[in-house]
Write a protein that binds this ligand. Structure first.
Ligand code: PLP
Length: 497
């Protein structure tokens, strides 16, 4: 939809580009090897061979015996295996010691277990979200049977010494489960040497396809199937394997050594970029640990007094994609649990961006990203007026001539919030096809449900030559919270399709 001078994708902790070799492997399987690897006839033998070969290559990349690796649909599923593992812990050792800054797929699985009577004991993250083996030792209790700690945090990049933690868990006769999704490809991962009992992985974080993950289960570690059905994956995970994705995962795993070789240079570029940011915005605060304690390309940074959605919109306008430090796009406007967990206020969390550079970030791209940040933060890049929810009064709402754009995402089955009165609904992804319906001679207010889409589209319209633009900060959700009576009285009136 947006034509940009340059595009630098700086959200590589969310996902990564799929390499040409990986695409070829996926397409080859789809085209030539569609038989079910579990079937007995000759055509299926090729499929079974691809499956076995991929398992070997991925297992080799993490130094695991091949038979200890199960394929899943994603790391979310691998983490949900906790729900099957914990009930197998021996009586008297069913408490779980865990890192409260885990990914939601781990936390939600643990909360599900808590509802069923298993006790959770939260570890206390230290500075920049790090938990050390010493912290684990101090928090240990005799009834702990499982320690849950990720190898590296997805939002702030903090790396944990899971090998040190595994030593403590085993010394107490307990097990350790580690989400290694973000660590793989960024720091060396050796499940055998680290001593973890369970580890989860996802292909799309290492330039593989989406929709395939893996779960490592150390030989002898208790395990019960979590997906029930057929006998696939040695009877431990039912469901026909996603063979094309698994073949792509194997190619991506082959590339891990190259990714790791790029890590030291990437770390240097990240540090140089952080120094530039500090120069541009001296009051910015880094939430990521320094140097080797952090993933090489990750930088979480708070710009006090800014709204991350707006900065994100401006950066996006210039072709720089970053993530925001709060999950407003879930419709809950909840600041990230990781950021609040390391002591940020909800306001600071809403002023936070996560930058996660690609492994092969070029010097030119790094310079471009720094220039765009400088223009945006210094105000050199012209800003569009942001209307605070409290400023959207009845007078503003019904100001003569105001044209209100209500952005909606077509993939959302239900909208939680009603639009502003007399607003014109436009699809977020294809608004470009509707420009002829948007008047150029009237003031325009761009709105959306939770505040993330409006700045992006406002900047897009600016690029298209619209002059009288304003967008609603924090979306209709923010307005509803700020002015519930106005929302009750007017929202949803006279919508224009
Ligand atoms: N664990 C961590 C640390 C992650 O960053 C992610 C993805 O963002 C996941 C788990 C979930 O991975 P998937 O997208 O494969 O379900």
């Amino acid at each position: 939809m947006f034509r940009l001078r340059r595009q630098v994708y700086c959200d590589n902790n969310a996902t990564t580009a799929v390499s040409r070799a990986t695409r070829k492997a996926v397409n080859d399987v789809l085209a030539h090897c569609y038989a079910n690897p579990s079937s007995p006839y000759k055509m299926a033998h090729g499929a079974a061979g691809i499956l076995a070969n991929a398992r070997e290559r991925i297992a080799r990349a993490i130094n695991a015996p091949t038979h200890t690796l199960l394929f899943t649909a994603c790391a979310t599923e691998s983490n949900n295996a906790l729900r099957a593992i914990v009930p197998l812990l021996p009586a008297g050792k069913q408490a779980i010691l865990y890192n409260p800054l885990e990914h939601p797929s781990v936390l939600e699985s643990l909360y599900w277990l808590r509802e069923r009577g298993f006790e959770l004991i939260a570890l206390m993250p230290g500075d920049k979200g790090r938990i050390t083996p010493a912290d684990v030792g101090t928090a240990w209790r005799d009834d702990v049977g499982l320690l849950v700690c990720m190898a590296a945090n997805n939002e702030i990049g903090a790396i944990h010494d899971v090998a040190g933690m595994a030593g403590i868990a085993h010394a107490h006769g307990a097990r350790i489960f580690s989400d290694m999704v973000q660590a793989l490809g960024k720091i060396p991962v050796d499940v055998s040497a680290s001593g973890v009992d369970y580890a989860s992985f996802s292909a799309h974080k290492i330039h593989g396809p989406k929709g395939v993950g893996a779960l490592y289960v150390r030989e002898g570690a208790p395990f019960a199937p979590f997906m029930l059905g057929g006998h696939q994956e040695s009877g431990l995970r039912a469901g026909t394997e996603s063979l094309h994705n698994i073949a792509g995962f194997a190619v991506a795993a082959d590339g891990i050594a190259r990714l790791l070789s790029l890590a030291p240079a990437l770390r240097q570029k990240r540090d140089a970029f952080a120094a530039t940011l500090k120069h541009i915005a001296p009051d910015c605060v880094f939430n990521s640990p320094c140097g080797d304690e952090c993933l090489p390309g990750t930088l979480s940074v708070t710009f006090p007094g800014t709204a991350n959605a707006v900065v994100m919109g401006q950066l996006d306008y210039h072709g720089v994609s970053v993530a925001a430090g709060s999950a407003c796009n879930t419709g809950e406007d909840a600041p990230s649990h990781v950021l609040t967990g390391i002591g940020l206020t909800p306001e600071a969390a809403r002023s936070t961006l996560r930058i996660s550079f690609p492994h092969d970030l070029s010097e030119k791209e790094a310079r471009y990203v720094a220039t765009v940040f400088e223009d945006v933060l210094s105000g050199k890049a012209k800003r569009i007026t942001a209307l605070q929810p409290s400023q959207l009064t009845e007078e503003v709402l019904f100001a003569p001539g105001l044209f209100i754009i209500d952005l909606r995402r077509s993939e959302k089955p239900v909208y939680l919030l009603k639009p502003l009165p007399d607003s014109h609904r436009f699809p977020f992804y294809s608004i470009g096809k509707h420009l002829h319906e948007i008047p150029r001679d009237r003031p325009i207010l761009v709105t959306c449900e939770t505040g993330y889409d409006a700045p992006v589209i406002a900047y897009y319209l600016k690029r298209k030559g619209y002059a009288q633009l304003t967008f609603l900060m924090w979306g209709i959700l923010g307005w509803k919270l700020s002015q519930p009576e106005l929302y009750e009285r007017f929202a949803g009136q006279h919508p224009r399709e």
